[in-house]
Design a binder for this molecule. Structure first.
Ligand code: ATP
Ligand code: MG
Length: 219
């Protein structure tokens, strides 16, 4: 990390998560610094997603603590952690495939900013948000402007993955946690996405999970 800031953003202290007799996460210590782009690497079943779930509040650990900005969040709900600036994507995609790219972005923007009432969303439909500048800036940053009016079901996997991350970024989180964002992508899609993430990394902290170290060692 060549950055001058080294404030601890997320810290896991001796975190253990068991499922019955199976110890999925075993006494893990981990620190993610502000403005860092870091990766967690491990084979299938190593416990990466479980650890992500503990960091983001979907699981509470059996032992150990999780801190966010020096605050103990071990038993705080995922929703509250999102409100504090922690945003994650899931290993499986979570877009509305029958909607256009720009409308998925509009939904995300609405959810994050709640600039207008649900009533306005329902009456004016998502079109009301299509003009939002931040949506278009984000579509450009993630190389999606040219497919903005395409339905998500017609996107390539790489485009869809970029959309999911763009949707998370629209909420302007302090930290972005990405669970296997490179899975299933071709070499060119991987280098495209890593390039985008790297150019994005100076704006926010990014933690990503990957099971092949060769894919992420360069970053
Ligand atoms: N909800 C659950 N209930 C019971 N066992 C679980 C649960 N979630 C995960 N496990 C088990 O915990 C271990 C770790 O799983 P986890 O999904 O965290 O691994 P992973 O590193 O994310 O793997 P992958 O690379 O395949 O995504 C595995 O043995 C898995 O079967
Ligand atoms: Mg996983």
């Amino acid at each position: 990390m060549d950055n001058l800031t080294c404030r601890e953003l997320i810290k896991a202290e001796k975190v253990t998560k068991r499922f019955g007799n199976l110890v999925a996460v075993d006494n893990v210590n981990f620190v993610l610094y502000e403005n860092e782009m870091a990766g967690i690497v491990g084979s299938n079943g190593a416990g990466k997603t479980t650890f992500f779930n503990v960091l983001t509040g979907y699981f509470f650990p059996d032992d150990g603590k999780v801190f966010y900005e020096n605050q103990d969040v071990t038993r705080i709900s995922p929703q509250k952690r999102v409100g504090m600036g922690m945003m994650r994507t899931f290993q499986l995609t979570s877009t509305f495939d029958n909607l256009k790219v720009v409308d998925n972005m509009s939904l995300s923007f609405f959810r994050a900013h709640r600039t207008s009432s649900t009533f306005r969303l329902l009456t004016n439909t998502l079109a009301a948000f299509r003009g939002e500048e931040r949506i278009w800036k984000c579509l450009e940053d993630f190389d999606l402007a040219s497919v903005a009016n395409r339905e998500v079901k017609h996107l390539s996997l790489g485009e869809k993955r970029r959309l999911e991350i763009a949707m998370a970024v629209l909420a302007e989180p302090k930290v972005l946690l990405l669970d296997e964002p490179l899975a299933g992508l071709s070499e060119s899609e991987i280098s495209g996405l890593l390039g985008i993430l790297q150019s994005h990394a100076h704006k926010q902290t990014i933690l990503l999970v990957e099971h092949k170290i060769s894919k992420v060692q360069d970053i």
